[in-house]
Design a protein around this ligand. Structure first.
Ligand SMILES: C[S@@+](CC[C@H](N)C(=O)[O-])C[C@H]1O[C@@H](n2cnc3c(N)ncnc32)[C@H](O)[C@@H]1O
Length: 251
C-alpha cells in the first residue's frame, strides 16, 4: 500500500503464484490454476457482481458484502499482506458472497474476468504514480480504461472512483469525460453513506480534498466504443501479399 515501508512480496508484484479464496471464505487459499474453471463459471453466472480493484485492507468490500445479503462481491488486491487480512475479515464474518483474488488487477481482467459481469466497479485511492515517467503504471488511464469498463454490464454498469491525488483525479475525470461510451459526474459532497474506505476516512479526517467520480455507460450499451487513446493505438498491418495466381501457374 502506498506509503508503506514494506516492499511487496515478489509474488504480489505480479510475477509469482496467484491465489484465490474459495467462495464462502473457508480459511484456505487455492491456487488460481486449480479453480480457474470454477471461477469462470461463477463469474459467468450473472452480471450482478460488485468488483473492487485494489481493496487494501478490505473495509469497503467486506462491510458492503456483509450488508448485501447474497449479492456477489469480487475483490482484487495485489499485496499479499492486505489480501490475507481482508480474507481473514471475510472469513470471520462467514461471508459466502465474496471472492478475493490476489494478483494484478489488469492482468486478471484480461485473463479471467468476463466482459459485462459487473453491476459496479469500485476503484478507490489507487496508487497515483505521481512522476510522469511512471504514469503508465496507473491502474486507470486512457490505455486501461476500456479494459476496466468492459467489466460493466451495459447500460446499467457503474464505475466509482476516488483519489486524494488531485492531478490523477483530474486526469481520470478527463479520461472518462472524453470517452464516447461514458457519462461521468463528480461527487463533490462525498458518498451518501460517508467515507467508503480506510484511505478515504483518513484523508477526510485530515481535511484533504478528494476527487470522487461516478461514471456510467451511456444508454444503448455503447460499451464497444473505445476511448480515443486506446482506439488510436489499435493498428492492423497489411495481410501477407498474395502471389498473383498467374505467377504461380506461369512457367
Ligand atoms: C493506496 S491503497 C488504497 C486501498 C483502499 N482502496 C483504500 O481506499 O483504502 C491502493 C491499493 O491498491 C493495491 N493495488 C495497486 N495497484 C494494483 C493493481 N494493479 N492490482 C491490484 N491491486 C493494486 C495496492 O496493493 C493497495 O492495497
Amino acid at each position: 500500500m502506498r506509503g508503506s515501508s514494506d516492499p511487496l512480496p515478489p509474488e504480489a508484484a505480479g510475477g509469482g503464484r496467484r491465489e484465490a479464496a474459495p467462495i464462502g471464505g473457508g480459511g484456505g487459499f487455492r491456487d488460481l490454476a486449480s479453480c480457474r474453471a470454477e471461477l469462470r463459471a461463477a463469474f459467468a453466472e450473472g452480471s450482478d457482481w460488485e468488483v473492487e480493484l485494489g481493496f487494501g485492507k478490505g473495509r469497503f468490500l467486506v462491510s458492503s458484502a456483509a450488508a448485501a445479503g447474497s449479492r456477489p462481491f469480487l475483490g482484487v488486491e495485489m499485496a499479499s499482506r492486505y489480501f490475507r487480512l481482508a480474507a481473514r475479515r471475510a472469513a470471520s464474518r462467514r461471508l459466502s458472497n465474496v471472492i478475493l483474488l490476489r494478483g494484478e488487477a489488469l492482468y486478471l481482467i484480461a485473463t479471467l474476468l468476463p466482459a459485462g459481469m459487473a453491476r459496479t466497479v469500485h476503484v478507490y485511492f489507487p496508487d497515483p504514480w505521481p512522476k510522469s515517467r511512471h504514469h503508465r503504471r496507473r491502474l486507470l488511464d486512457p490505455r486501461t480504461v476500456d479494459l476496466v469498463l468492459a467489466l460493466l454490464d451495459p447500460p446499467r454498469g457503474r464505475l466509482f472512483f476516488a483519489t486524494d491525488h488531485l492531478e490523477y483525479g483530474e486526469a481520470v475525470a478527463e479520461t472518462l469525460a472524453r470517452h464516447p461510451a461514458v457519462e461521468v459526474d463528480r461527487v463533490d459532497d462525498g458518498w451518501p453513506e460517508g467515507p467508503r474506505t480506510n484511505y478515504e476516512a483518513k484523508f477526510e479526517r485530515e481535511g484533504r480534498p478528494i476527487v470522487r467520480l461516478a461514471a456510467r455507460l451511456r444508454g444503448g450499451g455503447a460499451a464497444s466504443l473505445l476511448h480515443p487513446a486506446g482506439r488510436d493505438d489499435l493498428l492492423v498491418g497489411p495481410a501477407p501479399a498474395q502471389e498473383p495466381s498467374a505467377s504461380r501457374t506461369s512457367s
